[in-house]
Write a protein that binds this ligand. Structure first.
Ligand code: NAD
Length: 335
């Protein structure tokens, strides 16, 4: 599936359910509609906007993006919405006319934007990975609890049929006690080089200062950060493990009712100091639960060459997969 199809299929499946007006608004609201404000409306933000606005009780009231082209495209679809480049101005000016906020910016802006919205008692749907730093996720969790807000992170797979089925197969004991989990992503989006030198002119349609947001000042460089190239960079994203692990860990981790691992070992390429160490093979050892062997081994692979198939995953009678398996085994030695 290509990136566009994935985003479309993914978001249409779950966001509408998460933010259904009856769930977010409870019974106390005088009107029966949900007025939404969207922070980041390009790429995934565009898919979120499409999914959420497809609900007949949703009114898209405000749109915010630091890229004028993405903002203009969203405004075209929602001409009644007011538009902003700075989410702080949007929330201040429109606070009384917004019932829920959707945050679909790069990861480093998730917490600042979501925290401000939640401080104003707004329910928030925030894209995955929830935050850039663990401390931010804890602060968001605390605030949402204190304010009793409806919130959700954009890991739509959690609402898919496959998630429920996998959980049922594990928790009902149908597949027996699990001893090993193998999880991986060969996704290779984003800039993955050394820190660039020099600078490029900032496009007239981009507010680079607002894109940087709470991160350190840095000269603009084409093809390195915006749009979508920031994922593997330490100041803005969470690397492939954070980007895709958040989706892929979700099902087995929750279904197996795991807690904190006893040990974590990582083999990866040498870190650059600018980007995350990619090409990871991370081995976790978890204490057993009622669904696992005494100890559970979990291996995560990412980067080009991450395995697409492993003999552990071979179903009985799946001989037709043999040739594929062989070729993949050549690509990478696995623990
Ligand atoms: N759930 C999923 O399946 C899924 C898929 C893709 C991306 N995502 C997540 O969605 C988020 C966005 O990813 P993307 O691929 O769309 O990135 P992107 O860089 O392609 O798009 C980000 C958008 O946010 C805008 N933006 C950046 N800073 C902003 C700010 N301070 N205020 C307002 N707008 C701002 C950009 O101009 C752009 O329109 C990430 O956190 C990513 O992990 C989730």
């Amino acid at each position: 599936m290509n990136k566009r199809d994935f985003l479309k299929k993914s978001s249409l499946g779950a966001v509408g359910v998460a933010l259904a007006p009856s769930i977010v608004m409870g019974k106390s609201r005088p009107h029966n509609r949900l007025r939404t404000a969207h922070i980041g409306v390009g790429n995934m933000g565009g898919a979120d906007l499409e999914a959420i606005s497809s609900h007949k009780l949703v009114d898209v009231t405000a749109l915010c993006d630091v890229d004028g082209n993405n903002l203009a495209a969203a405004k075209k679809l929602h001409p009644k919405a007011r538009i902003f480049t700075d989410y702080r101005v949007m929330l201040q000016e429109m606070g009384g006319e917004i019932d829920a906020v959707i945050v679909s910016t790069p990861d480093h802006t998730h917490a600042p934007a979501s925290m401000m919205a939640m401080q104003m008692n707004k329910p928030v749907y925030c894209q995955k990975p929830l935050t850039h730093h663990v401390s931010e996720a804890r602060a968001m969790n605390k605030l949402a609890k204190e304010k009793n807000l409806v919130t959700q992170m954009g890991i739509q797979v959690h609402s898919f049929y496959d998630y429920k089925l996998a959980t049922l197969l594990i928790q009902s004991g149908i597949i027996g006690k699990v001893h090993t989990v193998r999880a991986w992503s060969p996704k290779n989006w984003g800039y993955d080089g050394a820190a660039p030198e020099g600078s490029d002119p900032v496009p007239a349609t981009l507010d680079w200062n607002l894109w940087l947001g709470t991160s350190a000042e840095r000269p603009y460089k084409e093809g390195v950060y915006h749009p979508g190239n920031w994922r593997k960079l330490m100041d803005y994203g969470c690397g492939t493990l954070g980007d895709m692990g958040v989706h892929i860990f979700d099902t087995p981790y929750n279904a197996l009712e795991l807690d904190v691992p006893r040990t974590i070992k990582n083999e990866c390429r040498k870190p650059t100091g600018f980007g995350f160490p990619e090409n990871n093979v991370v081995t976790y050892e978890f204490p057993g639960t009622k669904h696992t062997a005494e100890t559970l081994k979990w291996v995560w692979y990412d980067g080009l060459g991450a395995p697409e198939m492993h003999e552990d995953l071979q179903l009985p009678g799946a001989e037709n997969k043999k040739s594929k398996k062989k070729s993949l085994q050549k690509r990478r030695k696995r623990p």
